[in-house]
Structure formats: C-alpha cells, structure tokens
Design a protein around this ligand. Structure first.
Ligand code: FAD
Length: 544
C-alpha cells in the first residue's frame, strides 16, 4: 500500500484546542471502550478497494490532507451512536458517519470538514437482523455489504430470492442506498426499494420511520410510508440523521435470465439509439438499468494501463482505440449496449425479438453472440451483476492511470436523443480542453437517464488532479446552463452542485438550512454534506 507522510499534523477539529480535544476523546473512550476510539495520527495509506482507509479519500481530487478525519470511532449498537452524538454536541465536534466508506468516486471515507471525527458504523454494526423469505425483505445494519447479504441468502438456501448489486459488491447496502446509489437488476433503484429506517437524530433522539413507528407492527419492511409525512427522504443525501437500521425489499428469482450485448459503429448513432431505447425501457421490454457505454471504457476495463496503447499526452487518439477494439472479441465499434432479459425462455424470447428488431434499425448494429466470448470477457461481469451476483471486475478501468483514481460527472436527463447529444458534446468539449480521455456511459433508469462520465486520473499528480477538477466544474456549470443537474456528486463538488438547484432564489436550500438548524442546532453532523451547512459554519468560508 502507498503511504503519504503527514505534512499538516493531526487534523484537530476547528474551534477546540488539541488538549481539550484529547480530553474529549478520553471521555469517549470511557463510554465506548479504549479500542473503539482511534486517533488518526498515522501516515495516510491508500490501500485498495477491499482494504480501503477509513480516515480519508484514497482517490483524492484535492490535496490528500485537506479532507481527513481527526479520529475514528466504532459504535457497536444504536445506543453507542446516541452516546457519540451527545458527546459531539457537548464539545461541538463535527462527526461524519460512514457505513463502510467505500464511496469511491464520491469522496470515499473522507469527511467534508477536515478534522471531523468519523463514525465508522460498519465495523461493528454489521448484522443481518432478518431475512423474511416469504415477504422477500430484509432488515440490516450499516456494515452489511452486498457480498455479505448475497452470501447469507445463498447460505440459507433461499434460491427464490435475489439481491440487487451495484458494479462493485464490496460497498455497504445502507451507505449506497442513503447516497441513492444504483444497481442493475429491476430492483436497481435502491432508495425506491428500501422500506423503513431507524435513525439517530443529531440531538440524540432515535426514531423509526414508516410502520416502524408503530409498536408491535409486522409491516416495517413491507409498507414504506406508515402514516403522516413521509420522512425517509430527508435522511438520504443529507446530514439530518445517522441511519442505524434499514429495511430492504428483495427481488424474486425471475426464473431465468440472459444477458445480451449490441455494438453500434458510429458516434452519431447515439441520438437515434436513445430514441429507440426510451419506449423499450418505459414499457419494461428493456428491464434493467441498461448501460450504453463508450467503447473506450470497454478497452479500459481490460485493466491494462493507458500507456500500453498510447505513450503521448492528451486524449488517446480515436484511431488507436478502434485498432485495439478490432483485436478484441467484440470487434470495432463506438457504443456498446449491455442489457439483460429476465424470465423463462419463452418470455425472454418475446422481449429479445422486439429488442433485436428495434436495435437493428441502426445501420451496422451487431448483436454479439455470448457463446463466442471467453469467460474473462467483461460481458460476463455485467452478466453476473445484472443477475444480482456481486463482482469486483469493474475496478479494472481505474488502472487506466497510475495511482488510478476517479471522479464522476453524473447529470440526469430525459431519455431523449437531443439531450444525450448535448451532454455528450459538452463533455467532449471540456475533456478535449483539459486533455483528458472521455469515458461516458448512459445509464438508463425508467424515465430518465444518468450520464456517468468517469474521469480517471493519477491522484499523485497534482497538475492532473487540478485539470480533472476544472473539467468537472466546467461540465457542472455547462450542464446547469442547459437545465441539467447531477444526481450525486463528490464531496468537493457538493457546494457547486447544490448551488445549481437554485430555483426561486435558492428556496430549496433555504428549506434544507431551516431543517438543518432545527434538527442539528449545534451543527455537529456532517457539516457541508450535500452543500448543507449549519448556521455555525454558513458563510464562514467553508464552501468549496
Ligand atoms: P459509504 O461510503 O459508507 O456511504 C456513502 C455516504 O453516505 C457516506 O459518505 C455518508 O456521507 C453517507 N452515509 C453512509 N452511511 C450512512 C448512515 N448510516 N447514516 C447517514 N449517512 C450515511 N455506486 C453505485 O451506486 N453504483 C455503481 O454501479 C457504482 N459503481 C462503481 C464503480 C467503481 C469502479 C467505483 C470505484 C465506484 C462505484 N460506485 C458505484 C460508487 C461506490 O463504490 C458505491 O456507491 C458504494 O456502495 C458506496 O460506498 P459504501 O456503500 O461503503 O457507502
């Protein structure tokens, strides 16, 4: 693992002396046990995805020591979380909850405010509290990864139940879901599939949402709304509470599945193809969050560094990409579509025939026969993921650069050709200016799509980091000027993205700030997350 010696010393939270901070930590050690409170005074180690640091972002886009924790604490239960929250209020110390901290591309485990105390929920709160094989639901703690739930379902022999997984299976289901992450089966919209939360509020009260508020209920995981205002929403992408339990609905085994892949030759196929995809997706003929990827990602996901193909500066020439693809089993192309059809053979055939007829309307469209693909071809990783089998292969494109790191630009748009074209063009222009390789993927939800543009950079190269940041910031502004906003973003870009949601004189942010000030009067919980600053910090230069 790569280590970076510390230049700036221990990141003591602002507004408290080092001496008093150490005293406060000792007090917390008495409450939680000495071994469950760790001062972050060591060098910063990068590790890798499965052995990631919980003190900082190993894929840092700003200087490594900018976003680091002062200490990390490990609660074992909800009561411990309450103790930590009360302690933070007493000393006005900022705390930052993570479930597992694998939020790579969006800030990893780093806190937004330097010197925050990271509350690593996942290390000890990692129980699967229930799997109900009849209702197809589960109740889990923050430390349950997609792998862990999948393995438990297998162990129990529940072959009739599937778990939806994102590209990488090592993340926390709670962490991914509260950040509104996505997976690739029909249950891919994780937030939409959750049912019921237990939340510790920033002042230490514990609430259960939905049916969970009714003592003795047996419907917490089957009916998400309960009675009265639906409060769950304010606990996603926010800093209003710490989620300690979450219910999740699970997909029934569809009784068969079949992945398919099409390639399209020309860049200009994008708009007509998106027009074809929209009605197929809305009517569920295309059943999962489908991906239309630029061919460069297909090359990059082989896992070889960019220098294997091109030693020059600036974006890799398109001609080289096409020459390399020619040698690969999928052949030359510009766009690659990865999809999955679910159900028994005759049901799949009905849908796949429609898809084939529609996709082949694009001249040069080719369906790749999976039986011609070797077992290590990336297609099979997509096949596993869309079948709810956790995987790690997606990490390979991060090797495109040395010290491979990435940050995503993820705007939302309608599933319309002209929107796809506009976003693609603006990303292309800004990437060309910055001299960065363009790797866009359109992820088609149900009535919208996220364009995910992954900027892969060398985190040890300060100049490249800066270029990547400028490129991202330019794209966010360009997109907002055209009416597009991001669905999720990196810690460093949260203020900028939040500011683009400005309708009616920033009315939504003013509402969020009122909620923040009333729920968290001392401003201790994840200040600045998603651009929401508590009063104590607001307008004091914390925004980036
Ligand atoms: P955490 O890091 O624990 O949580 C994320 C954030 O949510 C935290 O920083 C915190 O602010 C907040 N939070 C977490 N837990 C709580 C809590 N209990 N209470 C309150 N707030 C909380 N993501 C996708 O969604 N889909 C993908 O397909 C995908 N593909 C990826 C591919 C690659 C190659 C990489 C590197 C990343 C990808 N990601 C993807 C991003 C990321 O890896 C996942 O979203 C991952 O699941 C997030 O990490 P985590 O689950 O450990 O969450």
């Amino acid at each position: 693992p790569n280590s970076v010696p510390r230049q700036r010393g221990i990141a003591i939270p602002q507004g408290i002396s080092q001496h008093r901070f150490f005293e406060a930590l000792d007090e917390l050690r008495e409450e939680l046990g000495t071994q469950h409170v760790e001062l972050n005074d060591k060098e910063l180690r990068s590790g890798w995805y499965m052995e990631h640091p919980n003190t900082h972002d190993m894929m840092n886009i700003v200087e490594q020591e900018e976003l680091v924790a002062s200490a990390v604490v490990y609660p074992a239960c909800t009561e411990d979380v309450v103790k930590i929250v009360r302690w933070a209020n007493k000393y006005r110390i900022p705390i930052f909850p993570i479930s597992m901290g694998r939020n790579l591309g969006y800030g990893g485990a780093a806190p937004r405010v330097r010197g925050s105390v990271t509350v690593d929920l996942g290390r000890r709160m990692n129980k699967i509290l229930n799997i109900d094989p009849d209702d197809h639901t589960c109740l889990i703690e923050p430390g349950v990864s997609f792998y862990a739930l999948f393995e438990e379902v297998q162990k129990k022999g529940y072959t009739h139940i599937w778990v939806d997984v994102p590209d990488l299976g090592g993340g926390s289901i709670v962490g991914n879901t509260v950040d509104r992450g996505v997976g690739y089966t029909p249950y891919g919209d994780h937030w939409a599939c959750h049912s019921g939360l237990e939340v510790v509020l920033p002042t230490g009260e514990v609430i259960r949402t939905g049916m969970g508020a009714l003592p003795g209920n047996n419907t917490w995981q089957t009916f998400p709304y309960g009675f009265g205002p639906y409060s769950d929403g304010i606990f996603s992408q926010s800093n209003f509470g710490i989620v300690t339990k979450m219910g999740m609905t699970l997909m029934p085994n569809p009784g068969g599945y079949e992945s398919f892949m099409y390639t399209f030759q020309k860049e200009e196929n994008l708009a007509p193809l998106i027009e074809i995809i929209r009605p197929l997706r809305i009517t569920n003929i295309l059943e999962n969050v489908a991906q239309l990827r630029h061919c460069l990602q297909t090359l990059a996901v082989r896992g070889l560094p960019r220098t294997t193909y091109f030693g020059g500066h600036g974006p890799i020439p398109q001609s080289i990409i096409h020459e390399e693809l020619e040698k690969m089993p999928i052949g030359d192309c510009t766009w690659v579509y990865y999809g999955m059809s679910y159900g028994p053979t005759h049901i799949r055939k009905y849908k796949l025939d429609i898809i084939d007829k529609e996709f082949k309307k694009i001249a040069g469209a080719r369906k790749i026969d999976p039986t011609t693909l070797p077992k290590d071809e990336y297609f099979w990783s997509r096949d596993r993921i869309a079948a709810g089998i956790p995987d790690l292969e997606e990490l390979l494109w991060v090797n495109w650069m040395p010290n491979g790191s990435h940050v995503a630009f993820s705007p939302v748009s309608p599933i319309k050709g002209k929107d796809a074209e506009r976003l693609y063009e603006l990303a292309k222009k800004r990437h060309a200016e910055a001299g960065i390789d363009l790797m866009p993927a359109f992820c088609v939800g149900l009535r919208e799509m996220h364009l995910i543009v992954e900027i892969v950079f060398d985190s040890k190269d300060a100049e490249m980091r800066k270029k990547a940041e400028i490129c991202l910031r330019d794209m966010i502004d360009d997109a907002a000027a055209l009416g597009y906003g991001e669905y999720r973003t990196h810690l460093v870009l949260m203020d900028q993205v939040a500011a683009t949601y400005s309708w009616n004189d920033n009315a939504l942010m003013k509402f969020n700030e009122r909620l923040k000030d009333s729920l968290d009067p001392n401003g201790i919980l994840a200040p600045g997350r998603c651009g929401i600053w508590p009063e104590r910090y607001r307008g004091h230069g914390w925004e980036m």
